[in-house]
Design a protein around this ligand. Structure first.
Ligand code: FMN
Length: 143
């Protein structure tokens, strides 16, 4: 069964609602094994066991969260060769400007040579949870 890893930083109720919508979206797809890991605790073993990854973070000062950056710093060299072509999707939640966060993530996933399988989801204002479910389902279906 294909395995989807969700690596997320979830520091508020709004982001918790988004994470729950991710679970719901994945549950709409048959035969996908879901593993959910906070970005501060995820590591190379989690990534190497996955067929795809969904990244989730708040925008913080024009960048991804420090927690998601820590995840990338942790996995970059251990996974550099082994995860070429890894399927991924991403959501960023912010007050009004997620562009810097999305760009920073695209730079690192590009260097890792991962394959984006869903359009990046930028969430500002009240979260469109249906769009979150759709993102999660799209990534899950691609595996
Ligand atoms: C230190 C800090 C920096 C932030 N920087 C940004 C930012 O650059 N762009 C943005 O849209 N939101 C920014 N935010 C807002 C967070 O992304 C937002 O608080 C987070 O997604 C959680 O959403 P909530 O506050 O609605 O629960 C920042 C928040 C904090 C605490």
């Amino acid at each position: 069964m294909p395995r989807l890893l969700v690596v997320h930083h979830t520091p508020s109720p709004a982001l918790q609602a988004v994470l729950e919508a991710v679970r719901e979206g994945v549950a709409m797809v048959d035969d996908v094994e879901l593993t959910v890991r906070p970005a501060l605790s995820a590591g190379p073993a989690d990534l190497l066991a996955a067929d795809g990854v969904l990244l989730g973070t708040p925008a913080n000062i024009g960048y991804m969260s420090g927690a998601l950056k820590h995840f990338f710093d942790t996995v970059y060299y251990p996974c550099l060769d082994a995860t070429v072509g890894l399927k991924y999707g991403v959501y960023v939640h912010g007050n009004d400007d997620t562009a810097g966060a999305l760009t920073s993530i695209a730079k690192i996933t590009g260097a890792l040579r991962w394959k984006q399988v869903a359009a990046p989801l930028s969430i500002t204002g009240p979260a469109d949870l249906e769009a979150v479910r759709e993102l999660a389902a799209t990534v899950a279906v691609s595996l």
